[in-house]
Design a protein around this ligand. Structure first.
Ligand SMILES: [Zn+2]
Length: 138
């Protein structure tokens, strides 16, 4: 083997070392980048879980409120006119704020005026439908 060849081999080995070193640095950089991505993804996941938990709690309290409102509502014993807004035939009697009661449409949620008793609430509800300024049914 000549000196020239040996020099050439040294250069080849140095080049290979330089390439390997560059690849190692690139791999380290990629690893760091991936770790950053992982940390970001974990943070986002934790935030999403917190949001989801908050939404579940809100939904539960809303469901509780709806159940409570349904428990408070009862079918009317006195005849009423259909809902002037949506024409639904069977509105509910609701103990809105004891001892005040009102008629509530179970379909569109429209409420009659708060009255002292069932008869007055029914009369007030029926007046809405007979009023000249009755709302337009949509
Ligand atoms: Zn209605």
């Amino acid at each position: 083997m000549t000196n020239e060849q040996t020099d050439c081999d040294v250069v080849i080995v140095q080049q290979a070392e330089a390439r390997a070193s560059a690849e190692l640095m690139a791999a380290d950089a990629q690893l760091a980048w991936r770790q950053d991505l992982k940390i970001t993804a974990e943070r986002e996941l934790a935030a999403a879980r917190r949001h989801s938990e908050t939404a579940k709690i809100k939904w539960r309290s809303l469901a509780d409120a709806t159940a409570a409102a349904k428990a408070q509502a009862r079918k009317l014993t006195a005849p009423t006119d259909p809902c002037p807004w949506c024409q639904h035939a069977s509105p509910y009697l609701t103990d809105a704020d004891n001892p005040m009661i009102q008629i509530t449409c179970e379909k569109c949620g429209a409420c009659g005026p708060l009255m002292a008793n069932e008869t007055a609430a029914v009369e007030a509800w029926n007046r809405i439908g007979n009023d000249t300024e009755r709302p337009n049914a949509t």
